[in-house]
Design a protein around this ligand. Structure first.
Ligand SMILES: [Fe+2]
Ligand SMILES: [Fe+2]
Length: 186
C-alpha cells in the first residue's frame, strides 16, 4: 500500500506509520467481568510487564534527544510519541480491568533514562544500536506474551499493533545505521 510501512517480520496487518491511532469515547469499557481467575492473573501480569517496558522505552528516546535540528531527532520524537501511545494503551487497559501499574515502575523509568542518556553521550551510532537492541528485546517479549496470554480481542489487537510498531522502530534505526555506514565508506 502506498505510504504505508509495515513493521516486523510478521504478516503485514498493522500500519506502523500510524503513530497514534484514533481512540473514540465509545471504545472505553470496563473489562474482566466473568473471566476465570487464572486468565485474569496472566493478563494482569502481562499488562504490568508491558507498562514497565513502555515506561522504559519512552525514556530511552526522550533522553536520546538533543536540541540539534537533525532528521535523527525528528525520528526520535516520532518514536517517543509512539512509545507514549503504547504506554497509554497499556495503562488504559490496566485501569479498565480495575488494576494499577506496578509499584516498581520507577525503576524502569531510571533504566530507560540510563540507556537514553548514556547512549546519547556516546554518539549517533550508539543511539541507533541501543534502539535496535532494546526494540529487539521488546519484540521478543511481546511475542511471548501474545503467545502465552489469553487476551480479550481488543487488547490483543493493541498488543499486536504495538509489537508491529517495535518492529517498525528496528527497521528505521537499521536503515539509518546502514546509511551512516555507507556514508562513512564513501
Ligand atoms: Fe513500545
Ligand atoms: Fe519501540
Amino acid at each position: 500500500m502506498v505510504g504505508q510501512e509495515q513493521g516486523g517480520g510478521r504478516a503485514p496487518r498493522y500500519d506502523v506509520s500510524i503513530i497514534r491511532p484514533e481512540l473514540r469515547a465509545e471504545r472505553f469499557k470496563l473489562r474482566g467481568e466473568g473471566m476465570p481467575r487464572e486468565r485474569l492473573k496472566k493478563i494482569k501480569k502481562a499488562l504490568r510487564t508491558l507498562h514497565t517496558l513502555e515506561t522504559m522505552a519512552v525514556n530511552i528516546y526522550k533522553f536520546q534527544l538533543t536540541r540539534k535540528r537533525t532528521d535523527l531527532n525528528r525520528q526520535l520524537v516520532t518514536a517517543m510519541c509512539n512509545e507514549m501511545t503504547h504506554l497509554q494503551d497499556v495503562q488504559v487497559k490496566l485501569y479498565e480491568y480495575g488494576w494499577t501499574p506496578s509499584r516498581f515502575r520507577w525503576a524502569y523509568w531510571i533504566v530507560g533514562w540510563v540507556f537514553g542518556f548514556f547512549s546519547r553521550l556516546l554518539g549517533v551510532t550508539r543511539i541507533l544500536r541501543t534502539g535496535i537492541w532494546a526494540e529487539s528485546k521488546a519484540v521478543d517479549h511481546y511475542a511471548e506474551l501474545i503467545e502465552t496470554v489469553d487476551w480479550d480481542d481488543e487488547t490483543r489487537r493493541i498488543v499486536e499493533k504495538n509489537q508491529a510498531d517495535e518492529g517498525g522502530h528496528i527497521n528505521r534505526w537499521r536503515t539509518l545505521l546502514e546509511a551512516r555506514r555507507a556514508g562513512k565508506a564513501a
